[in-house]
Design a protein around this ligand. Structure first.
Ligand code: GDP
Length: 432
């Protein structure tokens, strides 16, 4: 990033559109507004202005001026609401970037500036990324809570508890020559430490639910070849609940259909690789299928009247047995479906919706949702467990508490944030 540049970008969706929003941030924002709008509108209000490049009128639109540091990025910034035509947007962007040290923003650059200026911590930046990508109600709630500092606040509270605990222990260290002052620790130290451990353990125990809300409940369609897995996936993909997604990730061996079931993202995975296992490539397909089953939160194990029955593989998730091709003959399984006639598909979707709600959403969104969160909290908890055991050795306990603090500092990006941010902003759009 070139410091001191002013960045501009189209922040709304693609044009043409009813309205296009162009964002500006950086030290030249004030001058750019003055020359474009003729004056500096009152801060944090929408004001109608005619926008000009010299004598040429480019558009009439709404201008909002956000002087720093009370702005999203913490810098002087502004938003222009324009008529959403390609020509208007091009003309305004050209007028803006013709100035020295004014350039188009890179992906995620507004948010990076907000982070660098201390307006958002790393978890809030991630929450913002999740919010922009949110497709389901549960994802929206979860991301909004994170973006608004839900996790940041809890981590701040935990870090402050740790600071107090360390102070209690280190104060006694200063007065000891042997470091064996543990016995002098007031009981409140062990009590606070235990309370902190319980809070972290509670947050960690809800990670599974948070992960399912964010990444989706993984449902594997499995069973021997020809039981009707692909047909079922196709039938479900035609349902109005299927989320049309242009994301890649659909490989030849594993097909995935995303669905919004009662506000919860559910990923149905069909493993074509299970079909034949003759060639080397197919053997790889089988391995992938086995991996999918091993990662699934739920396995739908299909049987069919015209296919010899098989027992489902071991899976850490729940397994539902489903009688497929019920139009040929009614199987014995509790749930029978026919992809050909559509019989039973509605009931299957209802059951899946209920299951997804119990495993994912419903209630307050869990604080932790990313693998990064889990690792940081698990590491902090491990250090706290060690500290609780080592309270008799004050120096060891103090060092373990410091390690716990460090894990929490990493989580909010107070240390080592760059690598996470670089990866995160790859998924951000320009103008965010
Ligand atoms: P997969 O190998 O498990 O994915 O099975 P497919 O979905 O490819 O289906 C295997 C065969 O069974 C195909 O010929 C399908 O047309 C047929 N089939 C799939 N579902 C049904 C169904 O509900 N009823 C009937 N009668 N045939 C089906």
């Amino acid at each position: 990033m070139r410091d001191g540049d002013t960045i501009v970008a189209l922040s709304s969706g693609s044009v043409p559109a009813g309205v296009a929003v162009i964002r500006l941030s950086g030290p030249a924002t004030r001058d750019l507004l003055l020359s474009l709008a003729g004056d500096l509108p009152p801060p944090r209000r929408l004001s109608m202005r005619t926008l000009r490049d010299g004598e040429e009128v480019l558009d009439r639109g709404l201008v909002a001026w956000f002087p720093g540091p009370r702005s999203f990025t913490g810098e002087d910034s502004a938003e222009l609401q324009l008529h959403g035509s390609p020509a208007v947007v091009r003309a305004i962007l050209r007028a803006l970037t013709s100035r020295a040290r004014v350039r188009l923003a890179e992906a995620g650059e507004f948010t990076r500036r907000a982070f660098e200026n201390g307006r958002l911590d790393l978890t809030a930046v991630e929450g913002l990324g999740d919010l922009i990508a949110a497709e389901t109600e549960n994802q929206r709630r979860q991301a909004l809570a994170r973006a608004a500092g839900g996790l940041s606040d809890r981590v701040a509270h935990w870090r402050s508890d740790l600071v107090h605990l360390r102070a209690e222990i280190e104060a006694r260290l200063d007065f000891s020559d042997e470091g064996d002052v543990g016995l002098d620790l007031p009981p409140r130290v062990a009590v606070s430490l235990e309370a902190l451990r319980a809070e972290l353990a509670e947050a960690l125990s809800n990670f599974g639910r948070g992960r399912i809300v964010r990444d989706g409940l993984r449902v594997a369609l499995a069973g021997p070849p020809n039981v009707g897995k692909s047909s079922l996936l196709n039938a479900l993909a035609r349902s109005e609940l299927a989320i049309v997604s242009d994301e890649p990730g659909t490989t030849r061996d594993v097909r995935e259909v995303a669905m919004d079931l009662g506000g919860q993202l559910v990923l149905l995975v069909d493993m074509a690789g299970l079909r034949q296992a003759e060639s080397k490539a197919e053997a790889e397909g089988v391995r992938r299928a086995e991996r999918e089953v091993a990662q699934a939160d739920l396995v739908l194990w299909l049987t069919a009247p015209d296919v010899p029955a098989q027992e489902p593989p071991a899976s850490p998730g729940e397994i539902w047995r489903i009688a497929s091709k019920s139009d040929l003959a009614r199987g014995e399984e509790a749930l029978a479906i026919s992809s050909r006639t559509g019989a039973g598909i509605g009931e299957l979707l209802e059951r899946l919706t209920a299951f997804a709600q119990t495993r994912g959403g419903g209630g307050e969104a869990p604080l932790l949702s990313r693998e990064r969160d889990r690792e940081a909290i698990a590491a902090a908890l491990e250090a706290l467990d060690g500290a609780a055991e080592a309270l008799g050795q004050a120096e060891v306990a103090a060092e373990l508490l410091r390690q716990a603090s460090h894990s929490l500092a990493r989580l909010i990006g107070a240390v080592d944030a760059e690598a996470v941010l670089d990866r995160l902003f790859l998924s951000f759009c320009i103008g965010k």
